[in-house]
Design a protein around this ligand. Structure first.
Ligand code: PEP
Ligand code: MN
Length: 262
């Protein structure tokens, strides 16, 4: 169990699903929603296991404009269906103010991606939303800039923000990014907001994900968001970092003793 010397905000994502309290929040699912069948396979395997929420992007911030940009509204319909049938909250990214209404109507948590961490107009608009926000750290944002970005949402009326460390850019391109666990420890001290970790985008390599996930929990993270796929190598995006569903379930089970020791 966790103990906190100072006030710690506990957010509710859905009935009985929280982050920042006693329970770890584990969010699992593919980088991108590709089909209803894909999401059914993910949810069927993970909803039975100790995964509290499902993820899947439908508006995708791809580096290349020629790469698949996500299913858009058709993907939201799939998420809404999965959410209803499997009774699990869903997390998906919102890239623009114009998408907020539809995303908020279908998802339980609105993700702001790294590339939008300092899209201040988007952050202000999310301050008016009555759903929790998962704010990812910018590709090259300092800890102070990250904390201030969260302040934009909070000061505009939405106190329900969780922070997500997902790796930052550095000189070494062996891993996709460099997971900054120091930031997790610091953010837990300087903010009262829940802090989760995304080892998938940090590592970019699936074989590094389990141990980074364990390290994040040992460092005091309140949860994890991890990419997994029924057929990892066939993922339309971020295939190299996707775990199989079996690897995902095994990883989540291995976290329990670490969480209990923190
Ligand atoms: C994602 O979660 O799929 C994603 C695009 O993450 P990030 O914004 O951290 O790159
Ligand atoms: Mn991804």
């Amino acid at each position: 169990t966790k103990s906190h010397a100072t006030h710690q905000t506990c957010l509710e994502l859905a009935d009985g699903v929280t982050v920042g309290g006693e329970e770890l929040l584990i969010i699992g699912g593919p980088c991108t929603v590709e089909s209803l069948a894909q999401m059914e396979q993910v949810a069927t395997r993970l909803a039975l296991g100790p995964v509290q929420a499902l993820r899947g992007g439908v508006f995708k911030p791809r580096t290349s404009p020629y790469a698949f940009q996500g299913m858009g509204n058709a993907g939201l319909t799939i998420l809404a269906d999965i959410r209803q049938r499997f009774q699990k909250p869903v997390v998906t990214e919102v890239m623009a103010i114009a998408q907020i209404e539809a995303v908020a109507a279908h998802a339980d948590v609105l993700q702001v991606g790294s590339r939008n961490m300092q899209n201040f107009d988007l952050l202000k608009a999310l301050g008016e939303v009555d759903k929790p926000i998962l704010l990812k750290r910018g590709l090259a944002a300092t800890i102070a800039e990250f904390a201030m970005a969260a302040e934009y949402v909070v000061s505009h009326g939405n106190p329900n923000v969780m922070l997500c460390e997902r790796g930052i850019r550095s000189f070494d391109n062996y891993t996709r990014n460099v997971l900054d666990l120091g930031a997790v420890v610091a953010l837990k001290q300087i903010t009262h907001l829940p802090v989760i970790v995304d080892p998938s985008h940090a590592a970019g390599l699936r074989e590094l994900v389990p141990n980074l996930a364990k390290a994040a929990i040992a460092a005091g993270a309140d949860g994890l968001i991890i990419e997994c796929h029924p057929e990892p190598e066939k993922s339309v995006s971020d295939a190299r970092q996707a775990l199989s569903l079996e690897e995902m379930v095994a990883l989540v089970h291995s976290l329990k003793p670490i969480a209990e020791a923190v």
